[in-house]
Design a protein around this ligand. Sequence first.
Ligand code: HEM
Length: 412
Amino acid sequence: MEPTHRMGWSPTLTWLRWGPKYHLHRKVLQPPFAKSKVGQYQDYQLREALICCKSMLDDPENWVIAVRRFAVAIVLKISYGLNVDSPDSQWIKLAEESAEAIGKSGPPASSIMDRFPLTRYLPTWLPFMERLRYARTWRHAIEDITRLPFEAAMSSPTSPTKSFVHHRMAIHNSNLERSIPNDFTIEDIKGAAATIVIAGNDTTAATLMLLVLYLLKNPHVQSLAHSEISSLPHNLPTFSSLPSLPFTHLLLQETYRLNPLSPLGIPHSSLHPDTYKGMYIPPNTIIYQNIWAMNHNPSIYSDPDDFIPERYLPVDQGGRGEPLPQGNFGFGRRVCIGRHLAENSLMIVLATILATMEIGEPETGEVGEEWSFRGQAIVMPFRASFRPRSDKMKELLDEAVKKLDEEEGEDC
Ligand code: HEM
């Protein structure tokens, strides 16, 4: 039994083994997220960045909910054309449950069952069968995220260009009408659409939480980033502002480096025997990539545990000339397809945060920072304060979100 079936997935790129089915999914999923194509999603990203920042300022105690909404709303819109219309939307809950399911059952190929397949027939009360037990308990979350948004999208048909599933279903139906066989079945469409949501929401939200933490803990860096954004005309940033924010871009890179979400990458398996630096690697060897070590190597990065975005600047510009981090989005032919989308989402929300607010320690009590190391290294919800940088910027933000609401009312 494939790990995909054990967890209740339809065919899903992240969990498919190398082969014809994998190639088909990658061929379908990669083009809409190519660097030259991700610009098509900028309207969604800008909209959600504005909503996210307004919610953080209006309801600072619940800022993590605003962050989760931001991340889910973008991928749900791209994948299914659905809107997240409130912070307690069923889609946020569903996305959270499926992330929980994956976190608890572990990445594919990493468990004892993947190494020794016969162990999956053992009873689940045995201590080392914890992951199988989780997989069975959480299977419903994976089935729901694969089925429910798909059904909702199909019951609200929009133009085929509006979302991944509408576009794929239009091709599917047109093939049916012309008696052309559909290699990419409806099950494939469901699995690919769910992949966009699952792979794209938790990773983006976790990185945004790290950005908030590092801004909070490094007031000097925050003030440099404030100066950069203040040098732009006093308006809310748009995508055309981003090329004028090189320091903000380095701040994101430093966040990737300091805490890679998957410190050991996603395990890959060798297809053929190979030799690396004189070491023989037999076929079917499970290979981890130590991203954390690469990005904390003291012979490459000075003060590797400190948050220093300036380190990447050339020496003649006051920097240390150190290389940008590597491997946070994987390597080679399985590299993350969503990396350009994620970068755009994170840059526009970071620029909007820097333009509109100051992040600091909570007004009362502790930050309460804790980490989870189950499969990924992520920071758990913590406390912070969010104050508008000026009345003018808050007003601009409120007006921009009000305008979005009015436009949405007109579209209905
Ligand atoms: C900061 C955000 C993100 C991080 C850190 C991240 C990281 C990763 C990593 C480490 C991998 C494994 C690559 C490998 O096996 O070598 C991966 C794969 C993948 N990512 Fe992302 N990702 C992010 C955002 C996204 C987004 C927004 C999407 C949505 C389209 C996405 C879709 C995928 C898919 C479909 C794969 C599987 C690729 C394959 O197996 O061929 N990711 N990602």
